[in-house]
Design a protein around this ligand. Structure first.
Ligand code: 5GP
Length: 210
């Protein structure tokens, strides 16, 4: 008997929005979800494990895989390259897994164009100011890197309306419930295109300007 194909769930967020914690929480809570491990050319951070957080590869290896058509999408983010491997995602979907790809908005655009049936979710911080605090508390990056990331994050935020849903990561438990509900197709709250969502995003963006 053939298994029903799983759902592809695209999750993006500006850095500092707490996306990684939410994605881990979602996978821990529900075994139907599986994380797609991306390729990256950036250096491994001390807390990361090769093959679990990312496949850490050289720029040459990245180019070879790209030319061989192995990527579902790829993008340059900051100074590094990132990509989602196509075969791994395809085989998980065929096994009936719901695959989470945690990628930036550029990659999300490519996945939506190729696989329009995916669900795309944009995680946002409660406010731009909260985002800055989170970036600073991470302490793995230098001050110059943090400032640049904040500017980039504000640019990233402007892409929220390209996604199907938004989740505001204010209270972690609430955000996780919302994310799990949307990713499993049960919850249609915070759908982009509604007045409610537009009002939420006005508040998120406005706080930083004060
Ligand atoms: P970090 O280097 O902090 O882990 O991630 C930086 C950014 O790259 C994040 O916005 C993250 O979502 C994005 N990213 C991670 N993996 C991929 C991927 O496979 N493709 C794309 N397009 N972006 C990715």
């Amino acid at each position: 008997m053939s298994k029903r194909r799983g759902r592809l769930v695209v999750i993006s967020a500006p850095s500092g929005a707490g996306k990684t914690t939410l994605v881990r929480g979602l996978i821990d809570r529900d075994p139907r979800f599986e994380f797609s491990v991306s390729y990256t050319t950036r250096d491994k951070r001390p807390t990361e494990t090769d093959g679990e957080d990312y496949h850490f590869i050289t720029k040459d290896a990245f180019e070879r895989l790209r030319k061989a058509g192995e990527f579902l999408e790829f993008a340059q983010v900051f100074d590094n390259f990132y990509a989602t491997g196509r075969p791994a995602v395809e085989s998980l979907l065929a096994k009936g897994k719901h695959v989470i790809v945690e990628i930036d908005w550029q990659g999300a655009q490519q996945v939506r164009a190729r696989l329009p049936e995916c669900i795309s979710i944009f995680i946002v911080p409660p406010s731009v100011r909260a985002l800055e605090e989170r970036l600073r508390s991470r302490q793995t990056d230098s001050d110059a890197v943090i400032r640049r990331r904040l500017q980039d994050s504000i640019t990233d935020l402007s892409h929220w309306d390209e996604f199907d849903y938004i989740v505001v990561n204010d209270d972690l438990g609430t955000a996780l419930d919302e994310l799990a509900g949307i990713a499993s197709g049960r919850l249609r709250r915070n759908r982009v295109g509604t007045a409610r969502t537009a009002a939420i995003m006005d508040r998120v963006m406005a706080t930083g300007a004060n």
